[in-house]
Design a protein around this ligand. Structure first.
Ligand code: PEP
Ligand code: MG
Length: 892
């Protein structure tokens, strides 16, 4: 017989490393079960079963029998049968993918209740009210998620019952009311779904399982995955877990907790507890929770046990965990745990705290943080001293400083942000339908819910600023406004929210630099207060990353100021100095003269004027980067970029002509503009082509570099200039420029008497250059991959246009998960890089290799460049710390 696949695992069979197969929830339930923690028995249907269902539209044939076998075993263990009339076993059917997708997919509780078993449950529990409440919850949840009935219909019916009974909360409804409500709910199901609510418990379970499979592909789940870059083909597991009840009276309840503060990393008791309630009540923020610490008064025994379990989990997982638990009549049950999400600052703090506790080593600490988190910590913050009206204060749920116009629904958030407005999405509480609006907003503000509410969890995941549970705010979404005391904030009024303090302000609060940036700038050192604790953690982790990384990190900088900042941020040289900025401003006129020159003499005069200015630029740059390499790239952009706009100039000349006072220079300028006009300037006269066509241009630049280096050497400096030729497609181009450059350098050595060693290399930014890298390396001492142009030319995407035109559609269709201009396209562009590295080194083993396209500062790309064996990455000064960190992570 052939070995058959196993589609169902009992909780006793799995473990935490089986997330691919059992999903995060299932794997961790199994892990807890095997740790001997109180987990209600159950089993998990694998992601493989889900994938089969999604591919073929049918459950795998073996699934039914496997589920039956596991259900049998579960029933034996529990001593009762699913939906048994006199004493029913009830189960929850919960989704659980490999990566957590909070609230995105389906869950159905209380499966097994029916018209018959509801009385059995009432008898067994001795609580009529509880039994009917559980039944109405089942019909409501099942109706909405499995049968697709509009959830508002149930909510409205519930509201109406409360109104009729004149009660404020659902716990005040009596068994008889709930019984009537059940009849109403069943009617709603019948009319809306065109079928009766299924009375057969197994049918309930099978339909719920199928609906969890299908929930993998809802629009909002897809959107969330795209946002979080979760692959779309993983599928979800399904957990069938015997029910325990938090809604059995005041000695029951349910809660969520963190083993340490997910915002600061500090150890303590963090969580929310809700008496007499079922799981979803806490997360949805329906009734007000109490702080977890209060549980000590409410139920000391369970509290102590919970503290013990939390410690066990932290030591076992060696990380911050979040948990969901339920207390049923004084008996504690663990319903979920996982390594918890945390703020960027907490990630750094926790990583170092765990090192200090001896739970992990430094190499592991480095893996616990990432460049995106570091980048987030470098965002500016609100100026505490600013005099702006504070509206209120909520819970600091996800850090950052966000300013924007108040909007009260997701639709407006999206609409306004599309037209370029910055908005703050304000809601009483959010739910998964708000996801698009949350993505569109600068920040999210809610008046209800705690650190574990939907808004908080999702915002933290997206790295978006969020303040939640700001209870002083009366949010009125219907009238699109909120009131705080006497202040009314209308849609469109500017508000500022601080996700690090929870403060909410009316108007725009000025921002100040982050302490982490102050630290990198050398203006702040590790001390004792809260910000310093963060700085100390960053300092330690950066030091470790620097110790282990192989890649060097350079900066893209073209003036002394940027160079100095880059140095403070840890740059080990300049990987790209774009000389074109040196041709702008007041020098533009000289450049015009250069372009307009008819005779050699005129051109030489123009170049002679530019030479000392260029030289001075380089002197300053070499001084700022003294002792470190500075790669200066010769002029790259097409000349027309330095000339007036063609339409503007045409109009000016035409007007002047009609007034009969056209000026000679404007006419020549217009001619030149026409002459240089190109349909495809990015593929036109630029880079090395310019140097070959405009006599004296590149040699002037080389002379300026050489003379500047000579001057610095004479001044006892240590200039390490490297000359880089852009947009080379064939070695012949490079050879010509090289010969001329060498001659100029020799002349400068001769006249100054200073010995100069200037490396000459090229950018690899055209496919042909990459493909002929072996030949090009004959004439180049270094390569720097220009992955901006290389991406543009490999894909045939205009780097200046596509992001605004069709990339959104491409991203939506999943053609790529992220723009190839942002993260290197490993399979295409990356393949050329990899091959060119090998070919270049084959020709010249000591060839120096780097990258200076935007990808040099992108975390994922840095890992790729490490892997293909580059010597350095070069990026903008602000991304240098991120690149250092990721280079360290790649190497460890
Ligand atoms: C590149 O093309 O990747 C590059 C660094 O050069 P530029 O962006 O200046 O074209
Ligand atoms: Mg380029």
């Amino acid at each position: 017989t052939s070995e058959s696949v196993k589609f169902v695992y009992d909780f006793t069979e799995g473990n935490k490393d089986l997330k691919d197969l059992l999903g995060g929830k299932g794997a961790n339930l199994a892990e807890m079960t095997n740790l001997g923690l109180p987990v209600p028995p159950g089993f998990t249907i694998t992601t493989e079963a889900c994938k089969t269902y999604l591919d073929s539209g049918e459950e795998p044939v073996e699934l039914r029998d496997e589920v039956s076998a596991h259900l049998d075993a579960l029933e034996k263990k529990m001593g009762k049968k699913l939906g048994q009339a006199d004493d029913p076993l009830l189960v929850s059917v919960r989704s659980g993918a490999k990566f957590s997708m909070p609230g995105m997919m389906d869950t159905v509780l209380n499966i097994g209740l029916s018209d018959k078993s509801v009385t059995g449950l009432a008898k067994q529990s001795g609580d009529d009210r509880f039994a009917w409440d559980s039944y109405r919850r089942l019909i409501q949840m099942f109706g909405k998620t499995v049968l697709g009935v509009d959830g508002d219909l149930f909510e409205d019916a519930l509201e109406k019952t409360k109104e009729t009974k004149k009660v404020a909360v659902d716990t005040d409804l009596e068994a008889a009311d709930l019984k009537k409500l059940v009849t109403k709910f069943k009617k709603i199901v019948k009319t809306e779904a065109g079928r009766d609510f299924p009375q057969d418990p197994r049918e309930q379970m099978d339909l719920a399982i199928r609906s969890v499979f299908e929930s993998w592909n809802t629009d909002r789940a897809k959107l969330y995955r795209r946002q979080e870059r979760i692959p779309g083909d993983l599928g979800t597991a399904v957990n069938i877990c015997s029910m325990v009840f938090g809604n059995l009276g005041p000695d029951s309840g349910t809660g969520v907790a963190f083993t340490r503060d997910p915002a600061s990393g500090h150890q303590g008791v963090y969580g929310d507890y809700l008496q007499n309630a079922q799981g979803e009540d806490v997360v949805a923020g329906i009734r007000n929770t109490v702080p977890l610490a209060d549980l000590e008064q409410i139920d000391k025994k369970s509290y102590d046990q919970l503290m013990q379990i939390m410690e066990t989990l932290e030591t076992h997982y060696k990380d911050l965990c979040d948990i969901e638990f339920t207390i049923e009549r004084g008996q504690l049950w663990m319903l979920q745990t996982r390594v918890g999400k945390r703020t960027a600052g907490a990630a750094f703090r926790i990583a170092t705290q765990l090192v200090d506790q001896g739970l992990i080593d430094e190499a592991e600490a480095l893996q616990r943080v990432n460049g995106a988190q570091l980048a987030q910590l470098m965002f500016p913050r609100f100026d505490e001293g600013a005099s702006v009206e504070q509206l209120g204060r909520g819970i600091a749920a996800s850090p950052g400083a966000a300013v924007g116009k108040a909007v009260f629904d997701s639709y407006t958030a999206i609409k306004w942000s599309r037209s370029g407005e910055k908005v703050i999405l304000i809601r009483r509480e959010t739910n998964p339908d708000d996801l698009d609006g949350m993505i569109a907003a600068e920040g999210i503000l809610t008046s209800r819910g705690g650190k574990t509410s939907h808004a908080a969890v999702v915002a933290r995941g997206m790295g978006k600023t969020c303040v939640c549970g700001a209870e002083d705010l009366e949010v009125d979404t219907k009238r699109r406004r909120m009131t705080v005391g006497d202040t009314v904030v209308e849609e469109g009024d500017v508000v500022s929210i601080d996700g690090s303090t929870g403060k909410v302000y009316l108007g725009e609060v000025p921002v100040v630099p982050s302490p982490v940036v102050e630290y990198f700038e050398g203006r702040m050192h590790a001390g004792a207060d809260d910000a310093d604790e963060l700085v100390a953690a960053v300092h330690r982790i950066m030091a470790y990353a620097d110790r282990v990384r192989r890649l060097r990190v350079r900066a893209n900088a073209d003036n002394a100021e940027d160079a100095l900042r880059a140095r403070r941020f840890g740059a080990q040289g300049i990987g790209l100095c774009r000389t074109e900025h040196m041709f702008l401003g007041e020098r533009r006129e000289m450049v015009e003269r250069l372009i307009l020159a008819d005779a050699d003499g005129e051109r030489e005069d123009a170049l002679k004027e530019l030479l000392p200015l260029q030289k001075q630029d380089f002197v300053e740059l070499f001084e700022a980067m003294d002792g470190l390499p500075v790669t200066v790239r010769l002029l790259d952009p097409p000349l027309h970029e330095f000339l007036p706009d063609i339409t503007e100039l045409s109009v000016r000349v035409a007007l002047a002509e009609s007034r009969k006072d056209a000026n000679e220079n404007d006419l020549r300028l217009l001619q030149a503009v026409h002459r240089l006009h190109e349909q495809n300037p990015m593929l036109g006269l630029r880079g090395v082509r310019l140097g070959l066509v405009i006599p004296g241009l590149f040699t002037m630049q080389v002379r300026a570099i050489a003379e500047a280096a000579a001057e610095r050497k004479t001044a006892k400096g240590d200039p390490r200039a490297e000359i880089m030729i852009p947009l080379v497609g064939t070695v012949q181009e490079l050879e010509i420029v090289r010969e001329e450059a060498e001659q100029v350098i020799a002349e400068v050595v001769e006249t100054t008497g200073v010995d100069l060693k200037l490396a000459l290399g090229t950018m690899i930014e055209l496919p042909r250059a990459a493909l002929t890298a072996d030949q090009i390396a004959e004439a180049a001492e270094f390569f720097s991959f220009g992955t901006n142009d290389l991406t543009q030319t490999v894909w045939g995407f205009s780097r200046d246009d596509v992001e605004a035109s069709f990339f959104t559609a491409y991203l939506e269709k999943g053609i790529f998960g992220v723009s190839p201009f942002e993260t290197i396209d490993k399979d295409g562009v990356g393949k050329l890089v990899r091959d060119a590295v090998a070919a270049g080194r084959a020709t010249r083993p000591d060839l120096k290799l780097g990258v200076c396209g935007e990808h040099g500062g992108d975390p994922e790309s840095v890992h790729f460049f490490h892997e293909v064996g580059l010597d350095y990455v070069s990026c903008s000064p602000f991304r240098i710390p991120v690149a250092r960190l990721e280079a360290g992570r790649a190497a460890s």
